[in-house]
Design a protein around this ligand. Structure first.
Ligand code: G
Ligand code: G
Ligand code: MN
Ligand code: NA
Length: 254
């Protein structure tokens, strides 16, 4: 398909960029780390969302080079910010279920860790349960290997799609990311608030950190703080922005 050839060319032309969205410590309001979010900077069409081209990449094997490119850029950026600002920052990278089919994924992640000199414990992978897993057993094995490298795992989009309680039990994740829909409905849907409250309570009881995604209002922030949420991500604090903008944000906070 033509789009696939365009995407292939975009990789070669270095049009695949990584944006970063800060994760905020709920009690100190410090920046704890970032989520890396990929963008296609198209010369004519402007910025193309990963929601549009990641599915294409997953169907065409291009997810493998793109996935590695994101990990590498994110690790380089992380190392630079840690050294420049002397902060204990972390970096979260989204991992596509298709990437787990790469037999050499662990080797490749390890090589990036060595080349960029990041501490593995500062590198986190956001994973979702998915119908795209070839085998759930193999996926779980891969997650264990990632943890054995010293990296951490976050369960993304919890409460929607395919994330289940069984998944929560079996995955060696430290963090649970509450899906935006539950945050959006704070103050609007008592049912969603009940699900949100129960999810936070359950996550805390099994010893997971909780990140609330899509925090846009002060009301949502206060509600989530009162329920014991550990970290926030959302437009209230910052949109996903290019690395240069993070430089500016960290400089302003000094
Ligand atoms: O940044 P944005 O809100 O547009 O992201 C849209 C979707 O694309 C989200 O589901 C997000 O997890 C996914 N996404 C963003 N960056 C990456 C990436 O580097 N790899 C994968 N696999 N998915 C990503
Ligand atoms: O699926 P995942 O959680 O990885 O994707 C995160 C998506 O949410 C990205 O597309 C990102 O741009 C978007 N996002 C981040 N913060 C907010 C927010 O406060 N409001 C909305 N509407 N979207 C957000
Ligand atoms: Mn994510
Ligand atoms: Na999410």
């Amino acid at each position: 398909e033509e789009m696939v050839r365009n995407l292939q060319a975009a990789i070669e032309l270095d049009q695949i960029e990584v944006y970063y969205q800060p994760k905020i410590n709920a009690s100190t309001e410090d920046i704890m780390g970032f989520e890396a979010l990929v963008r296609w900077e198209h010369p004519e069409l402007g910025i193309i969302s990963p929601g549009l081209f990641i599915p294409l990449a997953e169907q065409s094997e291009l997810i493998f080079p793109i996935g590695l490119l994101v990990i590498e850029k994110a690790c380089r950026a992380l190392k630079q910010w840690q050294e420049q600002f002397k902060l204990p920052l972390t970096m979260s990278v989204n991992l596509s279920p298709i990437q787990l089919n790469d037999k050499d994924l662990i080797k490749k992640i390890n090589r990036i860790i060595e080349e960029t000199a990041v501490y593995p414990k500062h590198l986190d992978f956001e994973i979702t349960e998915s119908e795209k897993f070839k085998s759930v057993k193999d996926a779980l094995l891969m997650f264990k290997k990632i943890v054995n490298l010293g990296c951490t795992l976050s369960i993304d989009d919890f409460g929607t799609g395919h994330s289940t309680l069984d998944y929560l039990r079996k995955i060696p994740a430290k963090t649970l990311k509450i899906d935006q829909v539950f945050v959006k409905n704070i103050g609007l849907s008592p049912d969603d608030e009940a699900i949100l409250d129960a999810t936070i309570d359950m996550a805390k009881r099994v010893g997971h950190f909780i990140v609330a995604e899509g925090v846009e209002t002060e009301e949502q922030r206060q509600y989530l703080t009162s329920k014991g949420c550990d970290y926030f991500q959302g437009y209230l604090f910052s949109r996903p922005v290019p690395a240069s903008e993070i430089d500016r944000i960290l400089t302003d906070r000094e």
